[in-house]
Write a protein that binds this ligand. Structure first.
Ligand code: PLP
Length: 445
C-alpha cells in the first residue's frame, strides 16, 4: 500500500453511512474520530472509502509488532485448527505455562513469579488490587493524579486523568489516596525540577503518612512508569526510585502498570527498567498479544492467591490470545523492537523538539522510545492548555492521511507500531508538524 493516499476527505460517503448506523446501535464510549476501518497492515490503515493512512496510534499502543504481524497471524491460524477455548482457569494446556514462563523471564526481578491471565488492562489491574489486598491484609492504596488504570470500579478508583471518567460513578473502591505525579512541565507544587528534591514522591511519606494515611494500612502504591492516558508524561528520574524506597520502608507493595508502556514501546521491554526499579506486581495487556484481547498480572510468587477460587476468569488466557502472545513476545525479542523503538524515538523526539523551537503552541515534547507526547498550549509563557487546537490538529492530520490520538487534557500521542518503516515515520512526522503549524496559523486568525 502506498501511503498516505487520500482519495476522498474523511469521513467519505461510505464512512458516513456506517457511522450513522453505528451511532444508532452502539453505546456511547470514546469513538470521537470519524474513521471506518476495512484493512490494516503493519503501520497502515485503509478506510472504507479507499483512503490509506499512516498509523501513529497502533490501536492505542497495542500493535507494537505491527497490524496483522505475519508470525502472530500464523500462530493464531495454527491454534484455530486445535481449539479456541479450553476454560483455561479450570483446565491445563501447554500454552498457559509457556506464556507465563516467557513473562516471568522478560519482566524485571530475578525471583520466582506467578502469572494471572485475564482479558484486558482493567482486569489486570483488578487482579493486582486483589493480590495486594490478600497478600498484605491491608486495603488502602496510593495512586497518582493523572493516572489511568481502567474503568471498572476497582481500577476506576485509581484512575484520575479526566473528570468524565469519574462523574456519576461515585462511590468507587474506598481507601485510595491520589497524590501528585512527577509532571515537571506543570509541577503541582510549582517547583523547578532542578532543585525540587523530588518533593512529589517525598510528600507521600513526609505529609500523607504523617497526617492522615497510616502507612501500615496501605497495601500498595500503584504507578504508571510513564503516564499514558494522562498525557504521555515521563517522570523525573529518581521519582520511581523514591516510590520504591517509601514502599520498602513500610512493607508496601509497588504495582507497576505497564499496560500502555510495556512490551518495548518505551525503548525498554518494560518502562520501569528506565528507572532501575523492580516492582512487586506488574500489570500488562494491550500489546501483549498484538491485538487479541489478553491481560496478565505478574506477581512475586509469595503474593500468590494460594487458595483455589480466590480469583479466576472464564476467558482469561484464551488459547487464541495465548498463541498470539507467544508469537508476539518472541517477535519483539527476535527483532529487538525495544532497541528499534529507542533509536527511532530519539529521531522523532529531535524533530519534534526542533519544531517546538519554531511553533508557539507546542509547549512541551517528551517521551521515551515510541511513546512521545506533544503538549499543545496557547502560549509558551502561560502554558495555558489548548485542547481546541489539539483537537483541530488531529482533525487536520486525519485529512492529510495521519492517524493520531489525543492524550490527557491537551497532548497528542505519537505511538506508531514499533515496526513502523523509517519512511512512514518521517512522513508521519512531516504531517504532524505541518498540521500543528496550520492549527497555530488558524488560532491567530
Ligand atoms: C496504563 C493503563 N492501565 C490500564 C488501562 C486499561 O486497559 P483496558 O482499556 O484494556 O481495560 C489502560 C488503557 O488505556 C492503560 O493505559
Amino acid at each position: 500500500m502506498k501511503a498516505p493516499k487520500i482519495v476522498v476527505p474523511p469521513p467519505g460517503p461510505k464512512a458516513q453511512e456506517i457511522i450513522k448506523k453505528s451511532k444508532k446501535y452502539l453505546a456511547t464510549t470514546t469513538r470521537d474520530i470519524p474513521l471506518v476501518i476495512v484493512k490494516m497492515e503493519n503501520d497502515l490503515i485503509e478506510d472504507i472509502d479507499g483512503n490509506i493512512y499512516i498509523d501513529f496510534a497502533a490501536g492505542i499502543a497495542v500493535a507494537n509488532v505491527g497490524h496483522r504481524n505475519k508470525a502472530v497471524v500464523e500462530a493464531i491460524k495454527t491454534q484455530l485448527e486445535k481449539y479456541i477455548h479450553s476454560a483455561p482457569h479450570d483446565f491445563y494446556d501447554d500454552l498457559q505455562y509457556k506464556v507465563a514462563e516467557k513473562l516471568v523471564e522478560i519482566t524485571p526481578g530475578n525471583f520466582d513469579k506467578k502469572v494471572f491471565f485475564c482479558n484486558s488492562g482493567t482486569e489486570s489491574v483488578e487482579a493486582a488490587i486483589k493480590f495486594a489486598k490478600i497478600a498484605t491484609g491491608r486495603s488502602r492504596f496510593i495512586a497518582f493524579i493523572g493516572a489511568f488504570h481502567g474503568r471498572t470500579h476497582g481500577s476506576l478508583s485509581l484512575t484520575a486523568s479526566k473528570p468524565v471518567h469519574q462523574r456519576g460513578f461515585f462511590p468507587t473502591m474506598p481507601g485510595v489516596e491520589h497524590v501528585p505525579y512527577a509532571y515537571c512541565y506543570r509541577c503541582p507544587f510549582k517547583l523547578s525540577p532542578d532543585d525540587c528534591d523530588i518533593w512529589c514522591a517525598k510528600y507521600i511519606d513526609e505529609v500523607l503518612f504523617q497526617t492522615y494515611v497510616p502507612p501500615d494500612e496501605v497495601a500498595a502504591i500503584v504507578v504508571e512508569p510513564i503516564q499514558g492516558e494522562g498525557g504521555y508524561i515521563v517522570p523525573k528520574d529518581g521519582f520511581i526510585q523514591e516510590l520504591r524506597k517509601i514502599a520498602d520502608k513500610y512493607d508496601i507493595l509497588l504495582i507497576d502498570d505497564e499496560v500502555q508502556a510495556g512490551f518495548g514501546r518505551s525503548g525498554k521491554m518494560f518502562a520501569i527498567e528506565h528507572f532501575n526499579t523492580v516492582p512487586d506486581i506488574i500489570t500488562t495487556a494491550k500489546s501483549i498479544a498484538a491485538g487479541v484481547p489478553l491481560g496478565a498480572t505478574i506477581v512475586k510468587a509469595e503474593l500468590d492467591f494460594k487458595v483455589s477460587g480466590s480469583h479466576s476468569s472464564t476467558f482469561g488466557g484464551n488459547a487464541l490470545a495465548l498463541a498470539a502472545a507467544l508469537a508476539n513476545i518472541e517477535f519483539i525479542i527476535r527483532e529487538k523492537l525495544p532497541e528499534r523503538a529507542a533509536k527511532l524515538g530519539e529521531r522523532a523526539l529531535k524533530r519534534l523538539k526542533e519544531a517546538m523551537e519554531e511553533i508557539e503552541i507546542i509547549g512541551d515534547v517528551r517521551g521515551k522510545g515510541l511513546m512521545i507526547g506533544v503538549e499543545i498550549v496557547k502560549s509558551k509563557d502561560t502554558k495555558e492548555p489548548y485542547p481546541e487546537a489539539r483537537n483541530k490538529i488531529t482533525e487536520i492530520a486525519l485529512k492529510k492521511g495521519l492517524i493520531l490520538l489525543p492524550a490527557g487534557r491537551t497532548a497528542i500521542r505519537v505511538a506508531p507500531p514499533l515496526t513502523v518503516t523509517e519512511e512512514h515515520l518521517e512522513t508521519g512526522l512531516d504531517i504532524l508538524i505541518e498540521s500543528i503549524r496550520e492549527a497555530w496559523k488558524e488560532s491567530k486568525k
